[in-house]
Write a protein that binds this ligand. Structure first.
Ligand code: PNS
Length: 161
């Protein structure tokens, strides 16, 4: 049996924290689908296709990782692809309540998959796409936060004129 995991998120843009979780998930499952999904509470800075291309370029070396885009319910997607897990990174206590709520809701919508939380690496505790976007918009150095391959793409888009 192929054990498929879905790693959902906004990835707006993908950070080294996301990449760390994707890499670790790829060691635990036969196949990992990185799923660019809609977070109703956020207005993305990058289109879904731009986000997909960025993730593709930084996961090229991971043979069992594929990228997809979802404009619908995560639980339905997970059921449709036969995934057994939803993998999320957990940074701090502040993430917990929101993630716990989503995990319970997804379990209610589709009981066939477990939400699995991977604790973020210590160096990525503070890292988020919004922090990256804020720093980049003021011309700050984001090279420690995002993969080198996509650094220029992100800077070009976000830096304020
Ligand atoms: O990276 P984010 O923004 O924290 O990820 C949240 C995301 C996109 C995974 C979540 O909003 C989601 O699952 N969206 C898809 C729509 C859905 O199923 N919503 C109900 C979740 S309980």
């Amino acid at each position: 049996m192929r054990r498929i995991a879905v790693c959902p998120g906004s990835f707006d843009p993908v950070t080294l924290g996301h990449l760390d979780i994707i890499q670790r998930a790829s060691k635990l499952f036969d196949k990992v689908i990185v799923l660019i999904s809609v977070n109703a509470a956020k207005t993305p800075s990058f289109s879904a296709t731009e986000r997909m291309l960025m993730i593709q370029s930084v996961t090229e070396n991971l043979d069992n990782v594929v990228i997809d885009i979802l404009d619908g319910l995560l639980a339905d997607y997970v059921r449709d692809v036969g995934a057994i897990a939803i993998v999320k990174g957990l940074r701090a206590v502040s993430d917990f309540e929101y993630e716990f709520q989503m995990a319970l809701a997804n379990k209610k919508l589709y009981a066939g998959a477990e939400t699995v939380f991977l604790t973020t690496s210590a160096e990525n505790m503070y890292l988020s796409s919004s922090v990256v976007k804020q720093i980049a918009s003021f011309g700050g150095d984001i090279s420690h936060f995002v993969p080198a391959e996509i650094l220029t793409d992100i800077q070009d888009r976000l830096v304020k004129e």
